[in-house]
Design a protein around this ligand. Sequence first.
Ligand code: SAH
Length: 255
Amino acid sequence: MTVQAKKFLGQHFLKDLNIAEKIAQSLTTTTANTKVVEVGPGMGVLTQFLLKMPLDLSVIEIDRESVTWLKEHFPLLEGRIIEGDFLQLDLKAILGENGAIIGNFPYNISSQILFHCLENRESVKEVVGMFQKEVAERVASTHGNKTYGILSVLLQVFYTIEYLFTVSEQVFQPPPKVKSGVIRLIRKDDVQLGVTDQWFKTVVKTGFNQRRKTLRNALKPIMNGKNSTHPFMEKRAEQLSPDDFIELAKHIQNL
Ligand code: SAH
């Protein structure tokens, strides 16, 4: 018996044990007290390696059939399986302050998973995960690159991000249509935005909305008719680093 892959749940089961182990080993925070949540364990290919590491592991899986499989095959997971939707999970209650999230994620909700981590960044010290390659690249992309965008800025303000390695379609059952990429996010200490998350997001989103225009033009909708002589206004959104965006958001707020 195996779990039948369900497309609507983004199920692509990893078959290559070396890659599964490599993903598990990419976690840097590993002590017996480190609270870790694995998202979407499926049939436990990654879980089996995580269980061998000194971690305080829980897994959350939305698919009942997978949960049944896990209970049968992994007695060590007793009391550590949450059946439910990661996007609804109270991360603070589970992780405390310095937890980690890991997974070969369901690609249909990649951005939502990242935003859920970001909103709970006080609890999420580290994220290691596999995404579709294009998303992994976007998240890790630095300013000046074509793939640098909203997700890159919002995440990189709070996390240091590394693109670790690429994974071929062939090592999954069923194979996805695209290649995958594994990335690691490590929370930066003491980041002070100096503005609300909401305002910061608005500035970044509006700036990238018309990414070919200078920020002077792109940001018009949120300038309330005010004028700025800041040199960033002559640049385009993709030329600004995450820290530049913090400066810009504060500057506009104080005009
Ligand atoms: N980690 C496994 C499965 C990856 S496929 C492997 O590498 O083989 C993605 C998994 O995420 C599936 O098991 C799917 O059921 C689960 N999943 C999908 N949406 C989810 C959600 N919102 N919350 C938790 N798990 C979810």
